[in-house]
Structures are given as C-alpha cells and as structure tokens.
Design a protein around this ligand. Structure first.
Ligand code: HEM
Length: 415
C-alpha cells in the first residue's frame, strides 16, 4: 500500500482561505504529487489533480455528492437539496430536466433574448458618461434569462433581482457580511420564484410548454411525486442564477480584449472558430470554480492509495487549467492553443468534467454561446474608451473579478 503524501499543516482550513484558487495546485508542485491528504475543518480529505484523477472523480460508482457540499454553500449558492447534492435516480430525474432545456432550439431562443438585451443596454450606455461593465452585464443576463425561462420580471425589479442572483454566487467563498448577504438574497429569490411556481401550478400564470419555468414547475422526484413548490423554485433558480453569473466571464473577456488588442482584428477576420478559441481561453485562464468536492461511496484503492468510505475528496479545477504539462506557458493568454487541440472530458474542466449525465455543468453550451455573442458584441457592436483603472483580480477571493468591474466610457453603437 502506498502512503498518500500529507500536507505539513495540522489543519489546512486557514491555508485554503489564505491561498484561495491555487491552494491545491501549490501543494501539487510542492509535494510533487497529483494526490495528497490534508485535514479540512478537522476531517481528513484527499486532494486530487490531473486528468486521470478527474476521470476517477467522475466515476459514479466511486463517489457520491450527498454530504459533500457544506451547508453554508447550499444556503447561499445552490439551494438546499438541489441537483448538485443528489446521486443515482434522484440525480437523473433532476438532471434530465436541466438537460431538456439545452436543445439547440431552446439555446437559440435564449441567444435571441440576449441579443435584444445587449442592443437595449448599448442604447442606454450611449447616454452615460461611464459604466461599470460587470454591473450592467448582470442586468442584461438577468433580463434575458428570466424572459427565456418564462419568469415574469417587472422592469422596476430587474436591477435588484440581478444583484440578488449575483449575491448568491458571491457568497460561495465568503464569510460574515458576504455570506449573510448571499443568504438574504437567496431567501428573497426563493420566495419570489416559489410564488411563480405556485401560480403556474394553479393555472394563474401561463408559460410556454417546455420553457424552464414549465419544466421545473412540473418536476417530479424518482418516486413520481411532484417536488414541493420550494424545491421546484430552487431548481428554477439553478437555471437563472448561473446564467447571470456568466457576467464574470464576460467581464474577464472584456479585460482580455483590452489587454491583448491584437486579437481584436483576428476575431473580426478569422473564422467563427477563432471566437471559440478566444472564449475557451477565457474559461481556461480566468478563475471561477476553484475545486469540486465529493465523498467516497465505498472503500477502494487507486494507484495503491486507500480511499475510505465517506472521505471527502477535492478535485482541483483551477490548477488543471494552469498545469504546464497540459497547457504550455499556462500564464500566457493565447487562444490559438485551442486550435487543433482535442479536448477530453477530463483535461479541460472549468465547469466540471465527465459526461452530462453525471454532475458536469448543464449550462456549458449556453456559457460558451453567450460568451461568443458577448465577445462579438464588445468587439464589433460598440466602441468605447477604457479609462485608467485597476483590472487586477485577487486569487484569494472566491469568486473573483477585476477590481474595477471594467469601466467603459463614451460608448457608441457601431454602424
Ligand atoms: C454544475 C460551473 C454556467 C447549470 C456546475 C459545476 C461547475 C459549474 C463547476 C459543478 C460540476 C460538478 O459538480 O462536477 C459553471 C460556470 C458557469 C456555469 C463557471 C458560467 C459562469 C451554468 C449555466 C447553467 C448551469 C449557464 C444553466 C443554465 C448548472 C447545473 C449544475 C452545474 C444545473 C449541476 C449539475 C449536476 O450536479 O448534475 N457548473 N456553470 N451552469 N451547472 Fe454550471
């Protein structure tokens, strides 16, 4: 039996807080091992890095999600007992509902809503001296996501609902006021969306067949029982909230366009594929999910290492995107690296890995398509000045953003 290298800290909880995104990656390099053990909040945990480890992590027979997501994350980011925490049949019922919303036709409807919102927003920006792109994009995405989902969003509520969706995401690595802000935002949002679900169920609100609101209002558990209105609301929020969160990647994409202007011309003249390389490089280079957690289902041995039932296992996401064994010169923003580079379900996992029947992000296609549309819009649809500002982002903060949120001045609509 091989002993798994151990981090020297008695308990690594504070180190995770201090180091943030690169916590696992720092130790992979320091210990020269893609597997090591730590203590986290007093319990033993195994950290994994690399495509082979990712493949193991996504074998459903090896791991469960039940009991892997801390309560503080469930009560802010994803909601209690949501799809992310389910296994087996219960997971399949919920995940099938999410995947039914991802047909090309349905995604196209969302992109059309988004195009309308970008245009309306740009018209508004032309009258402003300066805007904070991140805040504006939260609203663009929130309006489009609600319209697509068939969730009524009165005009006067758009700004604060968008801020609430973001507050839930912003709470995931936060403590104190940030955590409480996220919790309050979740309660407000669940109350609102639960009301929508109840109206649909009573026939007082008519929504399009197969729309997200319709699908979630009719969602049943593995025994065939209708989910409670609260639970259905939590899953409907799990559709809208992550769409709003794409604002982070869009803001990072704006930073990349600004810092590497050579790509602006290439994006205009090269094929649609080039926009995809650019967007993939945004998802690779800029941080969003630091690592993922699961628990060992039954005892097993992997590469001579013992995995005991119930042990918490963390899979490195951030580090995999910055490992020079996979990405030459990983700290250089270079979209061309995606040209002719096959991507496996395990070596590029900014939104989780494996297959969509497992826990891989249901909204990956939407994210890529929305980002491509946003990059084209920022590059071709408008012109703007970028004033001096602080574009650095803090890797110890989860999630993180450019400090200024990306200021833009004198926005003009092109053409
Ligand atoms: C799961 C990231 C956008 C819906 C996940 C996971 C990650 C992730 C890391 C966990 C994977 C795992 O546990 O193995 C992101 C990022 C996004 C994004 C960074 C863009 C900023 C979206 C969108 C949607 C969505 C647009 C839906 C419209 C989901 C759902 C799950 C999930 C439902 C749970 C899947 C499951 O447990 O089976 N996402 N996501 N996400 N995401 Fe996303």
């Amino acid at each position: 039996m091989q002993t798994i290298p151990r981090d020297s800290s008695l308990d690594s909880t504070l180190d995770v807080v201090r180091e943030g995104f690169p916590f696992i990656w720092n130790r992979v390099r320091g210990l020269h091992s893609d597997i090591f053990q730590i203590r986290l909040m007093g319990q033993r945990a195994i950290c994994l890095h690399g495509p082979e480890a990712a493949q193991l992590f996504y074998e459903p027979a090896r791991f469960v999600r039940t009991g892997a997501v801390p309560r503080r994350i469930q009560t802010t980011l994803m909601g209690q007992d949501a799809v992310q925490t389910k296994d087996g049949n219960e997971h399949r019922c919920r995940k099938d509902a999410f995947m039914s919303l991802m047909t090309p036709q349905s995604r196209q409807t969302l992109m059309q809503q988004l195009a309308r919102e970008w245009q309306a927003a740009a018209e508004h920006w032309t009258g402003q001296q300066q805007i904070v792109l991140f805040n504006e994009v939260l609203e663009v995405l929130c309006r489009a996501a609600c319209a697509w989902a068939n969730v009524p969003l009165p005009e006067k509520d758009a700004r604060h609902r968008a801020q609430d969706f973001w507050a839930m995401v912003d709470a995931f690595g936060g403590a104190g006021p940030r955590h409480w802000r996220g919790k309050r935002a979740r309660t407000r949002t669940e109350d609102w969306i639960e009301g929508v679900i109840k109206k649909i169920r009573k026939g007082k609100l008519h929504v399009a067949a197969d729309s997200p609101a319709h699908v979630m209002a009719g969602l049943r558990d593995a025994d065939g029982d209708l989910l409670s209105a609260r639970m259905a609301a939590i899953e409907l929020i799990n559709v809208v909230r992550p769409i709003v969160a794409i604002a982070t990647y869009i803001t990072f994409a704006a930073v990349a366009l600004h810092e590497y202007p050579a790509y602006k011309g290439l994006l205009r003249t090269a094929s649609d594929d080039y926009t995809e390389y650019f967007v993939q490089e945004v998802r690779r280079d800029f941080p969003f999910a630091p690592f993922l957690g699961a628990r060992v289902r039954e005892d097993f041995t992997w590469r001579g290492c013992d995995f005991k039932k119930g042990t918490l296992v963390l899979l490195d996401v951030y580090g995999l995107n910055h490992d020079p064994r996979l990405w030459p010169e990983p700290n250089v923003f270079w979209p061309d690296r995606f040209r002719n580079r096959p991507i496996s379900p395990y070596d590029f996992i900014p939104q989780g890995g494996g297959h969509y029947s497992g826990h891989r992000c249901a909204g990956e296609w939407i994210t890529i398509e929305a980002l491509k549309q946003a990059v084209t819009f920022l590059n071709d649809g408008i012109t703007y000045d970028v004033p001096a500002q602080d574009l650095r982002y803090d890797l110890t903060r989860m999630p993180t953003l450019p400090a200024s949120g990306f200021l833009m001045r004198h926005v003009r609509i092109t053409g």
